[in-house]
Design a binder for this molecule. Structure first.
Ligand SMILES: [Zn+2]
Length: 459
């Protein structure tokens, strides 16, 4: 049966940035089948289920192009320890989690995705097969990127530091994991789930690994990703050990191009910006995490050079509402321009930009007939959102995730009346809190000599 959102405001996100008032949007199956004046659409769908859209606005679902969903485990800690982290534990804390605990921490992130209006998420992780199934269960549109490197590292290695040597064994194992994930999940759930390979970092991957990751992506006609220009330490290590800056290393080994989603791109020189642009590489910009790391990436220059820009969250939080706001503010500060970007610009980067980067621009990113019904419903009758003359600006500057009352992916509600429908939210929150607190306690007890600058609440 069709569903019609009636008498509402529709932020179409089409190329003309059309906003429709007193409008309706019809959904049949997983697609948007009509958009237009309420009276007209209601007459076309007399039998439809009705969603009363008065006092609400429909937005295209937000597209998060860089997430690490199990890193919910780090909340309240690594936001405040710099990158690479100044915490020097010899193991990564996530290695202490069982498969079930890993899945719970990732599911917690999926709930946050839904509550903050993400409808599509590019999740980058190692051994993703351990928690892919519960993420699929959440109903989100997912790009699962299995991440690996062939650099051998010592215990306690941090991104940006040099590796000992490149290992053919690690390379084969990593590529096998990527292939296994692709074979298991790519194209499943009617195409809602897609996969791609990921090289972890520039400093930890050999030219052979880069070539094979790209070849794998081409074989499956999908994208691929890497962390690039994340820290001054990475740049220094690459110059010292490989003789070139990180983006030029990727360029020399034929890793750049329109399928690549280069994450972060914080520390780039003009030559690196130029090769990223001329190769039409894509960039995912994580403004909230960049701000926490005290850096503003050169996004305007990358855009001007020819890169397609998308936005993402990175670690610890999946809150795309803060990504919109911090993205706008960082860009204005960098440009020293109080009127550019406008809220409509950053909304476009998180919707159509993400869709283009994921090569799904004909499917998602705007509310137009024929596209997937991926959207969120904003309750505009909120003290911080009225008056609502310019609701995109109101939401980007002042909106809260709690203003989002419904989320739909593929024509299916994942949340309605602020209730998440696909996951037992209360259960996951309780378990995740217990797992997080206990695991940090275990890590500290195991390594009492490692300096830890925070006092934690008792168990
Ligand atoms: Zn990352």
């Amino acid at each position: 049966m069709a569903l019609v959102f009636r008498d509402t405001t529709i932020i179409t996100g089409d190329p003309a940035r059309t906003i429709l008032y007193n409008a309706a949007l019809a959904v049949e199956g997983d697609r948007i089948t009509a958009v237009g004046p309420s009276t007209e659409i209601m007459a076309r769908y007399p039998q439809a289920e009705i969603f009363d859209g008065r006092g609400k606005a429909l937005f295209p679902g937000l597209i998060n192009c860089h997430a690490h969903m199990t890193a919910t485990l780090h909340r309240g800690i690594t936001e405040d320890t710099a990158f690479p982290s100044r915490l020097r534990f010899p193991v990564e804390i996530r290695s202490l989690l069982s498969d079930e605990e890993t899945a719970i921490m990732a599911t917690l992130a999926a709930i946050e995705c839904i509550r903050t209006g993400n409808t599509t998420v590019l999740e980058i992780g190692s051994e993703l097969i351990r928690y892919a199934a519960p993420l699929v269960q959440s109903g989100l549109r997912l790009f699962l990127a299995e991440s690996a490197n062939d650099g051998e590292t010592a215990p306690g290695w941090r991104p940006g530091e040099p590796v000992h040597r490149f290992s053919p064994r690690l390379r084969e194992e990593g590529l096998a994991r990527m292939q296994h994930l692709l074979e298991t999940w790519h194209g499943k759930e009617g195409g809602r789930i897609r996969c791609m390979p990921a090289a972890t970092h520039t400093e930890a991957n050999s030219p052979q690994m880069l070539q094979q990751v790209r070849a794998l992506a081409e074989r499956y006609d999908t994208g691929y990703t890497i962390h690039l220009g994340q820290s001054p330490l990475e740049v220094e290590t690459m110059v010292r050990t490989r003789g070139v800056r990180p983006a030029l290393y990727l360029f020399h080994h034929d890793f750049l191009g329109p399928r690549l989603i280069a994450g972060h791109c914080r520390y780039l020189d003009p030559a690196e910006i130029s090769v990223l642009g001329t190769t039409r590489s894509c960039v995912s910009h994580q403004p909230a995490m960049a701000a926490r790391r005290a850096v503003i990436p050169p996004i305007p220059a990358l855009q001007a050079a020819g890169c397609t820009i998308a936005m993402g969250t990175d670690n610890n939080t999946q809150d795309m509402v803060q990504v919109l706001r911090i993205g706008l503010m960082l860009d204005r500060i960098l440009r020293a321009d109080p009127v550019f970007p406008q809220p409509e610009d950053v909304l476009e980067w998180t919707t159509q930009g993400g869709a283009r980067v994921l090569a799904l621009q004909d499917q998602i990113g705007s509310l137009e007939v024929g596209k997937k019904a991926d959207l969120f419903v904003l309750d505009t009758r909120r003290p911080h959102l009225v008056p609502t003359m310019r609701i995109v600006s109101g939401f980007v500057h002042n909106g809260h995730p709690a203003d989002i009352e419904a989320v739909m992916v593929d024509g299916r509600f994942l949340m309605r009346d602020r209730r998440v429908l696909t996951v037992d939210e209360a259960e996951i929150i309780a378990r995740a809190d217990e797992i997080g607190r206990r695991t940090w306690q275990r890590l500290r007890e195991r390594y009492p000599g490692v300096p830890f600058p925070f006092t934690l609440a008792p168990l």
